[in-house]
Design a protein around this ligand. Structure first.
Ligand code: GRF
Length: 203
């Protein structure tokens, strides 16, 4: 059984969509995987309370308590360790609204099994304020990208994308809401595809 660990920083709407999809689509029976823990860099992240109510393990590693990125990442790695599986089936680590830039050492430790969702059609608009930038650029479409995390920010191999129209009267908020609703469909599907590809290569 492969563990899935989800990292969040706030409401965790993508995390909730993934947990709900994993149960609705019977990932445990059909894909040999299950969400086991939700961790956050913010002790007050609303998604932690929801995850606890769902019976999932939760932990907070408050980034403000650490003097450096390296120290925080080391503590985060320790918090993940109990759920990290083993060499035959290492855990899948899913960043879902996780608003920390991870150090190269952390990324290297989870290389090949660390995913993220970014609210733009990468490689366009890496970084922040993606919706405002898409509107300012006059884009007619926008969207979200699920990708493997590498040491280059918002850059790794793309697993899936969702496209939405940019409407003439869009604000960053209205566009963000349209993209987010597609993220909730895209991310679970991309994770399921990733799990199937791992299961195939294991046989
Ligand atoms: C989403 O726009 C996602 O693309 C980005 O964080 C935002 C909030 O996600 N990574 P969530 O509601 O916390 O899942």
């Amino acid at each position: 059984m492969r563990n899935i660990v989800i990292l969040i920083s706030g409401g965790g709407s993508n995390m909730r969509a993934i947990v709900e999809a994993s149960r609705r689509d019977r990932w445990e029976a059909l894909l040999g995987a299950r969400v086991v823990a939700v961790l956050s860099n913010r002790p007050d992240a609303a998604g932690l309370a929801w995850a606890r109510e769902q019976g999932l393990a939760t932990a907070a590693v408050d980034h403000r308590a650490y003097p450096s990125r390296e120290a925080f990442d080391a503590a985060l790695l320790q918090a993940i360790a109990p759920f990290d599986g083993d060499e035959t089936e290492p855990a899948l680590i899913v960043l879902a609204g996780f608003m920390r830039i991870l150090t190269p050492g952390f990324v290297a430790h989870f290389a090949g099994r660390l995913l993220n969702i970014h609210p733009s059609l990468l490689p366009a608009f890496p970084g922040l304020h993606t919706h405002a930038r898409a509107i300012a650029a006059g884009c007619r479409v926008a969207g979200a990208t699920v990708h493997e995390v590498t040491t280059e920010l918002d850059h790794g191999p793309i697993l899936g994308q969702a496209v939405v129209p940019v409407l003439p009267d869009d604000t960053p908020e209205t566009l963000a809401a349209r993209v987010l609703s597609q993220e909730h469909r895209l991310y679970p599907r991309a994770i399921a595809d990733w799990l199937r590809s791992k299961n195939k290569s294991a046989t």
